[in-house]
Design a protein around this ligand. Sequence first.
Ligand code: PMP
Length: 423
Amino acid sequence: NRSDVHYFGAGPAPLPTPVLEQAAQVLLNYKDKGIGLCEISHRSPEANEILTDAKQSLTTLLDIPDDYEILFLQSGGSGEFSATVYNLVSIWVEKKRAKIAQEVGDDQAEVLKRLRKVVDEELKLDYLVTGSWSLKASQEAARLVGSKYVNVAVDARKANGGKFGVIPPEDQWRLTPRTSGSGPALAYFCDNETVDGVEFPSFPHSLDGDDAPLVCGDMSSNFISRKVDVRKYAIIFGGAQKNIGNTGIAIVIIRKSLLPPHSTPASPDLLRELGLPVGPIVLDYPTIAKNNSLYNTLPIFDVWVAGQVMAGLVHAYGTKRIGGQEEISNEKAQLIYDVLDKYSQIYRVVPDKSVRSRMNICFRVHGGDADKEKAFLVGAEKKGLLGLKGHRSVGGIRASNYNAVSVEGAKKLVAYLEEYAQS
Ligand code: PMP
């Protein structure tokens, strides 16, 4: 029975039961129309209202400024690894082209010649590789544009014996130098590394400032779990299926200055001339924005679920907004880490203390003894504590502490950790 278990899976993840109960109902009959939400047009007034409401709730929760746009795409989080590259490289190229054209005028051959040189010498995409998801994102960038353009500004494994689990000090990062009007096409980091249990404690200082590069933040696994200064980002994105909703949509928060008419993408022909990739239209932010996320058939049911979850948080936390959820997320994480630290002869938290994730709590039992960890998981399941097995690449145990995990669930896990340690 649903009420007998607490699920700590890393994603898909638990959803609030009242939302699911209502979801079951709206699948059959939405607002007494006699048809369900998966059956109605994404262009209907009902669908439009669902989109508007979901955007409004997210705006309220994260205090998203007016000069940002919210987009919904079917890309998953991984699709945004590609979309950020396609879109920001295209903008970078067009800026450079326009500047050169100003200098040399109408001579297209000369513009192209100079542009080729600028791309060759200056195009850089900065990646902070602090875990397996930012690693994947950097690999996707290299696959799309070529590895010579990708600058891995930091690879956390190098500072930690080949394994993720730390964020090296910022003075060791090798970011592409920024000067006014120049700098990398993007600077990318993953705010919370789901597999490795590493979370940035706060926004990285080096990416901040007036001539800051275009920062892309992957918040797939800590979206709406703490306050975010949206203005520091060009793009925030995340798949919905952990803190926000069910699998099927990704949410993108993008600075409007990166969309037409403020920014113009390079023409596809020019990108091809330069050997740079032209992205699929369904990942093209200008196209998605122009069509209010309805360029093609958006899974409105998924947006509805996300909207309900977010409306629930707006309602629950009132003027505290996402700060209310942040307090609870911190409290649950603290409870669990405290007991892991209390029995440090039995449990070992995988990442360094300074970067412990509040969302994905990764630890080993008895030094990673396979049989003992198996027994630990069997014991947990008997108590209705499910989804605790660590990612195959890290092993051990991972307790994902997303928003829908209740304080009661966290306390049950804590009780089991105590009991196991004392047995
Ligand atoms: N980024 C992070 C931080 C993730 O945790 C995940 C999925 N676990 C992804 C990206 C990829 O998301 P998706 O599976 O939706 O492509």
